[in-house]
Ligand binder design. Sequence first.
Ligand code: ATP
Ligand code: MG
Length: 445
Amino acid sequence: MVRIPRSVKRFARVFVDNAHELYIVGGAVRDALLGKPLDDYDFATSATPEEVKELFRRVIPTGIQHGTVTVLFEGSQFEVTTYRVDGDYSDRRRPDGVTYTRSLTQDLARRDFTVNAIALDPITSEIVDPCGGRRDLAERIIRTVGCAADRFSEDALRMVRAVRFTVTLGFDLSPEVPAAIRRCSGLLDHVSRERIATELEKMNVAPQPSRGWRVFRETALLERFIPELTEDQDSPIPVFDHLLGSCDCAPAEIPVLRWAALFHDVGKPRCYAEDARGIHFHGHDEESARMATAILERLRFSNERIQAVTHLVRHHMFGYESEWSDAALRRFVSRVGPAEAFLLITLRRADACGKAGRAVPSPILDEMEDRLKTLIKEEPPLTRAQLAINGRDLISELGLSPGPLLGIVLDELMQTVLDDPSRNDRQKLLEIARNFQKQRLNPGK
Ligand code: ATP
Ligand code: MG
């Protein structure tokens, strides 16, 4: 039995007292029936948006093109969508227009999957389930409402959503679905990349995204949006399984790491080389970074996300050893960034876990992490901004002029301070800069 808050019941009363219907629908009902707490409600009503406006003082037309309005009620915001049947899907993307209906059953029938097509009456707690959603919930199956291939032809994004839901819910696909995806996979080219990315992002932070990625590949859907992940097809280096294993092993609460793990070796097939020294993949970190950027740009991820993922992929081959001096460690942190240094260690652990198929202890990474923590507590200067002097000082004190030489001198000072943080002192740095300048002007002396 689903517990429904009193304010939601009072909200529904307003509709019913005015001869309208109001139901909780979609993901909220599905999740509630799976025993998760109800918090995010989607409501469906027989009332048109105009009729809803007459019932409440504060009604905002937040998604009026889909028949959705937001009602402010007793301090809550409730999203209410008028029952609709979708028009033609001639462009295979979006319904041409919205057509309202007074029939809840019709509204449920236009929804994508049976488990998403269940309605709950907030007042009586009655369940309306014309598509067999509860049976599929019990059997933990994602099944389309109606013929799978037809529904995928109407809106090809549903293929991605089907796979995504199996991962986020831990369900299986109904057996006819993979075959239908295979047949309809080409239609995905008509779907906007942003819509695909929204689903992928939800999938990739679930406990085991590899399940979804594997189905994407088996159904030929993957080559439609990330063909790079299928490049190991005829390569001697089958990197896909390793990438999936690493992705699963990366912590779900850090999406950047999940994506970095998925792409960290994606360039290996392109970099494969065999010579007298054996097999190697020179430059695969840089190639993988380039590919990660291209993939995430194509999917319209934010620039911030693209840069963060690419940065981790680019630096994932760091070769820490116990012999590293503190200065070497500081130079590493200065190069990759303090927070990123810890993420790179976590990425390396996921990499190892992906290879072994289980978490593997790594004393060397533990040691590196401990040393990093100690080092960062000491707050050594790691960036140019933390130097005791800046470009203006060099111009006024040494008579340098703005230009490339200034950057070279600052870089030299940075290296000096990374070697020995006690030299981060205005007078000392000016002295060093003077000597450096002399040496450059009279090389060999
Ligand atoms: P989540 O909890 O992940 O948000 P959800 O079921 O709420 O899952 P939404 O994308 O928020 O998913 O969509 C809300 C509801 O709208 C779905 O439960 C489904 O009934 C319907 N729906 C969403 N997208 C489609 C689609 N492309 N085709 C048909 N129905 C859809
Ligand atoms: Mg939702």
